[in-house]
Design a protein around this ligand. Structure first.
Ligand code: NAI
Ligand code: MG
Length: 327
């Protein structure tokens, strides 16, 4: 049976960069069956549900999922989709590539973001006309599961260790629990783990990004700090991500639907194509994943490039250049 890949383009430039990533996957060799799913603003307008149950089931059953982006309905789409694949960690590499004008060309980081709790667990209340509250959820079990993943990631990637970013000096109970759980697992496994306060990290990563390699973060911090790192390496069009669960995973560019450029055919497909490379590696096609990464890297260095990277090429021009390097 061929490996089944759910393809959920979503809205805006998700509908432009996801087909680009699929073209690249088709050019790599392994036999995949691509099954399309609908999600996002459009389908919400048509049917009232931003994530139809068929699409949820598709992601829950496929071997891997490729997602583009949703617009206004993003939270109603991506949070349940991450749940559909049982994802507990969001892997977000932020790497500078030659040929891309980067604020910090030495940047080569991977954020491992907790993907189920923190302030994104959905416990918000309006208590009065003046007062709204939010409950921040942190469990030892989810923090330890993330730390186990981080230790394996460090071992496999032959890193020296990892940093854990937190704010346990203020959020003593929740981030204290997170920090203690992560450090406890690292100590048990003999992996070097250094703590860093997340606000100080924000400054240090801008000034000396090469001081960091693997950074474990609570949910919101990982979201914000990885977007910050995108700014160091040429913008949001560059960052891929993987939402990994015990048996399945969903791959998506970090960026959103970019309504300001949607429909113009000029979205940078690099983030989606690097996400496809991560998908290949996740499915055990390491050689093909590496080939996609190398082809994309060469195109970034030699062109053609999209306008966000200072070029005047279209999404299709870049995709064709990547595909032609794979043939
Ligand atoms: P955004 O990532 O869509 O765009 C931010 C800026 O980066 C824009 O100027 C955009 O043109 C540029 N940009 C992003 N990706 C690009 C690419 N591949 N090539 C060239 N330029 C690119 O974030 P924004 O503007 O905050 O949100 C727009 C919509 O996307 C909102 O409705 C938001 O809810 C949604 N969103 C969805 C996400 C998801 O589905 N995972 C994540 C973030 C935002
Ligand atoms: Mg974000």
């Amino acid at each position: 049976m061929p490996t089944e890949i759910a393809v959920i383009p979503g809205d805006g430039i998700g509908r432009e960069v996801t087909p680009a990533a699929v073209s690249v996957l088709k050019a790599t060799g392994p036999e995949f069956e691509f099954v399309d799913g609908k999600a996002g603003d459009r389908v919400a307008t048509e049917t009232g549900a931003a994530l139809p149950s068929e699409t949820y089931d598709l992601a829950a059953e496929a071997d891997a999922t490729l997602f583009g982006a949703a617009g206004e309905t993003a939270a109603d789409v991506i949070l349940p989709l991450r749940e559909a694949v049982g994802s507990f960690v969001n892997v977000r590499p932020a790497r500078a590539y030659p040929g891309v004008d980067s604020v910090r060309p030495e940047t080569d980081l991977v954020f491992l973001r907790e993907n189920t709790e923190g302030v994104y667990s959905g416990h918000e209340s309006r208590l009065s006309g003046d007062l709204s509250t939010l409950t921040r959820v942190v469990t030892t079990s989810a923090s330890e599961r993330l730390a186990e993943f981080a230790c394996e990631y460090v071992d496999e990637g032959e890193y020296e260790g990892f940093h854990v970013a937190h704010k346990a000096n203020v959020m003593r109970e929740t981030d204290g629990r997170f920090r203690d759980a992560v450090i406890g697992v690292a100590d048990d496994r003999g992996v070097d783990c250094e703590e860093v306060l997340m606000d100080a990290f924000a400054t240090r990563v801008c000034l000396e990004p090469d001081e960091f390699a693997v950074v474990v973060c609570p949910n919101l911090a990982g979201d914000v700090l990885s977007d910050l790192a995108a700014g160091l390496v040429g913008g949001l069009g560059m960052l891929p991500s993987a939402n990994v669960g015990p048996d399945r995973a969903l791959f998506e560019p970090v960026h959103g639907s970019a309504p300001d450029i949607a429909g113009e055919g000029v979205a940078n497909p690099a983030a989606a194509i690097f996400s496809a490379a991560m998908l290949l590696e996740y499915l055990g096609h390491d050689e093909e994943g590496g080939a996609v990464r190398e082809a994309m890297k060469t195109v970034l260095s030699e062109g053609p490039r999209t306008p966000d990277l200072g070029g005047d090429a279209s999404t299709d021009d870049v995709t064709e250049a990547v595909v032609s390097r794979l043939d």
